[in-house]
Design a protein around this ligand. Structure first.
Ligand code: UD1
Length: 366
């Protein structure tokens, strides 16, 4: 079997790493395509080094742009690669623009090339069509041949959209494979002492969703809320380039001064920061899952989540919508009071470090 694996943006890298390793272990042929959606050293190269991901066989170098530009550039650049590689499977992960773009190219070429598309992390739904990721998820699932789900609650979402059950397979959460592999290394890092932090005595925050950072009023509320939290406990925020540029554009750079701003971290460093935090405040999807796996309380700065299992079984809670300073502060205090293990909380089924193995088995047997 020849599998072409696509990675484009930061949240893809920790998902493709174990899939590539499992393909290698199973003696299968693998081809890695990096679309170049994320290109800064700290948003991309750092992850390849940290996670031991091999050099991409193809780098499409698409970079930033509007959604249409970025998606179109990936599609144009990916098409000739697919003609050249002629894989049995195209494996796309997550919900970024590169995921959708490559799935779309592949499904159109399937009659000619015979390549099938597998979507890893299928079936997650926020129900919020204003999120570009929601559009990417729904369309990618609709056109893919094999939908590999990270949690049991994804299946009813897919069935409700008329997708036949035969196309869906529960494999568990591949991102947690990487977390368990890297945790020992993360715990050996000296990041906390370098930042002058003590385990369990700081908040780790991340912020990059367009709904929180692209609108001045929304960004103002979130930064004020984080500033209030920082009055109670130091808040460390590895700043996404998008958030950095918006804060400067809106004249809000001084609001960041109440926080401990650091550059975007590599995978292992971020894991170390998350693992040692008293509470995580975030609008990321992946961190909701990572905190659940680690048992670290998490407050999600969004209206809803496509990962409800992190609330029902894990350590996550929503901050209350619309976001307000009091709402975020209240949720933070509750989360801090919860401590590391919420009563009855546990790691969801299939978040066990073996998801990539199950994915490769599915590809071989479908
Ligand atoms: C993308 C994903 C989002 C994911 C996030 C993680 C989509 C629709 N969104 O959002 O789901 O959670 O990645 O980071 O695919 N930039 C740089 N250097 C980089 C990358 C981006 O400076 O290496 C800046 C550019 O100004 C760019 C902006 O960040 O315009 C946004 O990047 P983009 O890839 O469009 O989306 P993200 O916000 O990163």
């Amino acid at each position: 079997m020849r599998a072409l694996v696509v990675a484009g943006a930061r949240p893809n890298f920790m998902k493709v790493a174990p899939i590539l390793a499992a393909l290698e272990k199973a003696g299968q042929e693998k081809v890695l395509v990096h679309t170049g959606q994320h290109y800064d050293a700290r948003m991309s190269d750092a992850f390849f080094q940290d996670l031991g991901i091999p050099e991409p066989d193809f780098h499409l170098g698409v970079g930033s742009g509007s959604h249409a530009q970025q998606t179109a550039r990936v599609m144009e650049a990916f098409e000739p690669v697919l003609h050249e590689v002629r894989p049995d499977w195209v494996v796309v992960v997550g919900d970024v623009n590169s995921t959708l773009a490559c799935a779309l190219v592949s499904v159109k070429l399937k009659p000619e090339l015979g390549c099938r598309v597998a979507h890893v992390e299928a079936g997650l739904r926020s129900g919020d069509w204003r999120m570009p990721e929601e559009v990417n998820r729904v369309v990618t699932d609709r056109i893919s041949d094999l939908l590999l789900t990270p949690s049991r609650d994804a299946l009813p979402n897919l069935l409700a959209e008329g997708i036949p059950e035969g196309r869906v397979a529960f494999v568990g959460n591949v991102m947690i494979d990487t977390l368990f592999t890297q945790l020992p290394r993360a715990r050996e890092l000296d990041l906390l002492s370098r930042l002058g932090l003590r385990r369990g005595e700081y908040v780790a925050a991340t912020l990059h969703r367009p709904s929180n950072v692209d609108d001045p009023a929304a960004l103002g509320v979130v930064l004020e809320a984080l500033g209030r939290v920082a009055d109670e406990m130091p808040v460390v925020i590895p700043l996404h380039p998008r958030t950095q540029s918006r804060a400067e554009e809106f004249g809000m750079a001084e609001r960041l001064e109440r926080l401990r701003v650091v550059e975007p971290l590599g995978y292992t460093e971020m894991l170390s920061l998350t693992d040692g935090a008293a509470v995580v405040l975030t609008d990321s999807g992946g961190l909701q899952e990572e905190t659940t796996a680690l048992g670290v309380p998490c407050v999600t700065l969004r209206e809803q989540t496509e990962r409800p299992i992190t609330i029902t079984e894990g350590t996550n809670r929503l901050a209350g919508w619309p976001l307000s300073t009091d709402g975020v502060l209240g949720a933070f205090r509750e989360a801090a009071a919860d401590g590391r293990q919420r009563a009855g909380g546990h790691c969801p089924e299939g978040w066990d470090g073996k998801a990539a193995e199950r994915i490769v088995n599915r590809l071989l047997n479908s």
